[in-house]
Design a protein around this ligand. Structure first.
Ligand code: PHE
Length: 447
């Protein structure tokens, strides 16, 4: 189709970039506090079912649409039907909204690398107050967010193979090794068993409609689905690659890291008698507190942990920025650098508003919540689920079945009738399941 289009440099490069997009703050910052706030094991079980039935199928569908059309989200929808352009645009809007709060947390992670090394851990009792003081400060977090966004702009401006792929290839394996190191330390602490029980012994007594919606939103968010990101990444993928295999690897890696983050955090948290439902500050307060009790080596562990968190955030936020940049490049014929600089500029502004909403601008609310929470809740609970449902309806009912079979099988066949199973899941099961979960969740919240 588009002969001069950029391509991933290698298979490994693609997997690392796609896994880099999926593995992010969603896994390490958000997954533990969502699991903690929703009762642990039961939430995790529901999450896993959603990931492997809905998430995996949607990811294959996004890859298929992207590669078939060689176009990013908006172009891909438009290619099949002008009436569906809105679904692609919704994805670009979602990317903007997620980038409204994501770089703020990315900036915190970066700041905590330096804070860990410069005395944060020496006064364990004050760690919670330091976090509260830091995120509500009108200047300091803005500076860190600025640095974080600058890193994004530099990587995305270099283009696909040059920037994003190279960064992913080095940074993702580093992250895996770091997390395993911390998880091993955590489970070997005395009293760690209670944390493992919290994670793995299902207790359904606290499950409500909201638990399901939270788990579904988390699944879409963590796998980077429902907003065209994987369509965009798939559009750069070579025709020889097998889509289902790639999707399975990315999904497994993403889930593995989330569980690993849980294993890194909860056993230690219980070992030290802390509260699992600590909320968004969980990682930033609990992890340093845990490490503070370990002496000098703890300082090193904490710094390493926040390097890993920053790295994970960066490989995800570049994919979000790429969705917006690719839209401007494909649809508005903008030159890459110009597209990236203007995108970055707007993101600085939304990021500033979002960061300040936790401090001096906390009085300013949209629909009853601050700017940061507004971006977060709107994307995670609403936009991504709608985006995922639209994609499933689009693929099931608009795209030709033969085209899909051709993409999924690379012109051959899949064993065990797997293609038909996938097709029916996408066409019938996902639209209905997402609608049911959304209705139940919203009714529950409204109660
Ligand atoms: N998956 C990323 C994470 O878990 C966030 C993300 C969402 C990235 C949507 C791209 C698209 O942090």
């Amino acid at each position: 189709m588009n002969q001069s289009r950029e391509n991933w440099g290698s298979r490994m490069g693609f997997i690392m970039a796609a896994a880099g997009s999926a593995v992010g703050l969603g896994n390490i910052w958000r997954f533990p506090y969502m699991a903690g706030a929703n009762g642990g094991s039961a939430f995790i079980l529901i999450y896993l079912v959603f990931v492997f039935i809905i998430g995996l199928s949607v990811m294959i569908a996004e890859f298929a649409v992207g590669r078939r059309t060689s176009l990013a989200a908006v172009g891909a929808y438009k290619h099949y039907s002008k009436r569906w352009t809105f679904a692609g645009v919704l994805g670009v809007v979602s990317a903007f909204f997620i980038m409204g709060f994501y770089p703020v947390v990315g900036g915190w992670a970066l700041a905590y690398v330096f804070k860990s090394l410069t005395g944060l851990l020496s006064n364990a009792g004050a760690i919670g107050d330091v976090f509260g003081g830091f995120i509500t400060n009108p200047i300091e977090p803005l500076a860190w967010m600025g640095v974080f966004l600058l890193m994004n702009v530099v990587i995305v401006a270099k283009g696909i193979a040059g920037g994003i792929e190279k960064a992913g290839k080095v940074l993702m394996p580093t992250l895996f090794v770091l997390l395993i190191l911390i998880a091993v330390r955590s489970v070997t602490l005395p009293g760690a068993g209670a944390g493992l029980a919290f994670l793995f012994q299902p207790d359904f007594s606290e499950v409500t409609g909201q638990t399901f919606l939270a788990a579904l939103g988390q699944a879409f968010f963590s796998l980077s689905l429902g907003m065209g990101c994987m369509i965009t990444y798939g559009s750069y993928l070579s025709k020889e690659e097998k889509l289902p295999n790639n999707a399975l690897i990315v999904t497994a890696l993403d889930t593995g890291v989330a569980l690993l983050a849980g294993i890194a955090i909860f056993p230690a948290l219980f070992a030290f008698g802390m509260e699992p439902a600590a909320g968004p500050g969980l990682v930033f307060v609990v992890v340093p507190s845990i490490f503070a009790q370990m002496g000098g080596i703890g300082t090193l562990f904490a710094a390493i942990f926040f390097v890993a968190l920053t790295v994970a955030a960066l490989t995800s936020s570049v994919s979000l920025m790429e969705v917006v940049a690719a839209y401007l490049i494909d649809q508005k014929q903008m030159e890459r650098k110009k597209a990236v600089y203007s995108t970055g500029f707007i993101m600085v502004i939304t990021g500033i508003l979002s960061s300040l909403s936790l401090g001096i601008m906390s009085g300013f609310t949209i629909l009853g919540v601050g700017v940061f929470d507004f971006f977060d809740i709107l994307t995670d609970k609403i936009f991504l689920a709608i985006g995922g449902m639209l994609l499933a309806i689009f693929v099931g009912w608009v795209v030709k079945k033969e085209d899909l079979e051709d993409e999924l099988t690379n012109g051959g066949t899949l064993t065990f009738g797997l293609f038909n199973i996938w097709y029916n899941v996408v066409k019938y099961v996902i639209p209905v399941a997402v609608a049911v979960v959304a209705v139940l969740g919203i009714m529950d919240i409204a109660q």
